[in-house]
Design a protein around this ligand. Structure first.
Ligand SMILES: [Mn+2]
Length: 348
């Protein structure tokens, strides 16, 4: 199995990055009402980016507002002690009003409005200028005033580091360093995923120098599994089946499992990473049955472009990590279909 070489990280297009950063700074200074948002089920990078950018905007004398579609997962609540993040559904009317009257809306860690779910429509309709800062592969949405993107970057948080660096690294106080480190650590799977480069470590070294505490952050984020989740995980492990001589592993979590172990979709976090830790496995799928849909995670190693496979199911993501959301159906029937589709895909 050949892995990507963790080569020297370079910004894909430094000139364009600089130009777009300047445009963003200008737009911020022209704007009063600034909103930050991110994708459904926010992860450490989504939240870290939002909170870091929030703090930066405060330094610029702005009064930004963060509105998220989904509540903050329990293990990330410590990042938002002051509870500044607004949960869209808690006061939908007020949040719609805020979106409508905004001058500037930042979409972080995703480039698709649809990933903000119910917020997509209010965002689309808002007269605010929209700015995207993201490291995912491009979408065909073309309605951004500025896109600050770098698909080589392991995290949106590391794009923000470059953005701050262009201005003045002293923007990165202890709080911002903590948010950015949390984002990079979680999006690299604690520095294990392919886009982890020498540069990732030098950025993180600087964040630690500026006050991020790697031991404390890891402990807060990862060492807090709840016992019910461990039971759900046990059930998940027994559901795993192997195909094509052990090169593909597939696990399923059903609605009944969630019910039996008093868990929800948040507790599935990490299952797809686990499946890839099984020796010999080159691709792993996790199928999660939700009330009105099926959520699928696809993972792969090396040169298997699992994003292209996810595209067959209207999904998206990265080369080695992708996902798709499908209409509700029997997860085990869907699993059969997935395996036969993967057989065809793999042959190509
Ligand atoms: Mn990310």
């Amino acid at each position: 199995m050949k892995y990507f070489k963790a080569g020297q990280y370079k910004l894909i297009n430094p000139g364009k990055f600089k130009k777009n950063s300047k445009r963003i700074i200008n737009l911020i200074s022209e704007s009063k009402k600034i909103i930050l948002t991110t994708h459904i089920n926010p992860d450490g990078d989504a939240l870290g980016s939002e909170l870091a950018f929030y703090d930066y905007l405060k330094q610029m004398g702005k009064k930004p507002v963060i509105i998220n579609h989904s509540p903050t997962p329990d293990n990330f609540k410590f990042l938002d002690r002051k509870k500044i993040i607004r949960f869209y559904h808690r006061d939908r009317e007020e949040n719609n009003r805020l979106l409508k009257n905004a001058d500037l809306i930042f979409i972080l860690d995703t480039n698709q409005y649809s990933r903000t779910k119910c917020m997509a429509d209010p965002i689309r309709k808002s007269q605010a200028k929209k700015i995207c800062i993201d490291h995912h592969l491009g979408s065909n949405e073309n309605h951004y005033e500025v896109i600050l993107s770098d698909t080589n970057s392991p995290a949106t948080s590391s794009i923000l580091y470059e953005y701050f660096k262009l201005q003045n690294l002293n923007i990165i106080n202890r709080k911002i360093a903590t948010y950015l480190y949390a984002g990079i650590m979680t999006d690299t799977g604690s520095f294990r995923y392919p886009r982890t480069t020498e540069k990732t470590f030098s950025v993180c070294a600087d964040l630690v120098k500026r006050g991020a505490d790697p031991v404390w952050l890891y402990d807060e984020i990862y060492n807090n599994l709840n016992p019910e989740k461990i039971k759900l995980f046990g059930k998940f492990v027994t559901s795993i089946t192997y195909h094509f001589g052990g090169k593909l592993a597939v696990g399923v979590v059903t609605l009944q499992d969630f019910k039996d172990y008093h868990s929800d979709v948040q507790d599935v976090e990490g299952f797809s990473t686990f499946i890839m830790s099984i020796g010999g496995v080159e691709a792993g799928f996790v199928i999660v049955e939700l009330k009105d849909s099926l959520k699928c995670s696809f993972r792969s190693k090396g040169n298997i472009n699992i994003k292209a496979f996810a595209n067959l199911f209207n999904g998206g993501g990265h080369k080695n990590a992708a996902g798709a959301s499908l209409p509700h159906q029997n997860p085990f029937e869907f699993k059969k279909r997935l395996i036969s589709e993967y057989k065809k895909f793999y042959k190509k």
